[in-house]
Design a protein around this ligand. Structure first.
Ligand code: FES
Length: 74
């Protein structure tokens, strides 16, 4: 099964993003401003949100409907 492990637009892995987020206690907005993640195509945003919530840095490729649902959840 394919996995998602990075922001392709800015070529930065979720592991690297997690390290930065942990170091500066960043939320999604701060992490995006600092690294550019989620500001290109935006496809990584639901995964980065999951990373911040769960601490995981590798995810199965999620169906589009699930990504939309996650993107709209608080
Ligand atoms: S994959 Fe992260 S902004 Fe496109």
């Amino acid at each position: 099964m394919p996995t998602v492990e990075r922001c392709i637009c800015y070529d930065i892995s979720f592991a690297e993003l997690k390290e930065i987020a942990d170091k500066i206690e960043a939320d999604l907005e701060t992490l995006s401003a600092r690294t550019g993640c989620c500001t290109g195509c935006g496809m990584c945003k639901p995964y980065v949100e999951l990373m911040l919530k769960t601490g995981r840095t590798s995810f199965p490729l999620l169906p589009v409907a699930e990504l939309r649902r996650l993107d709209q959840s608080p």
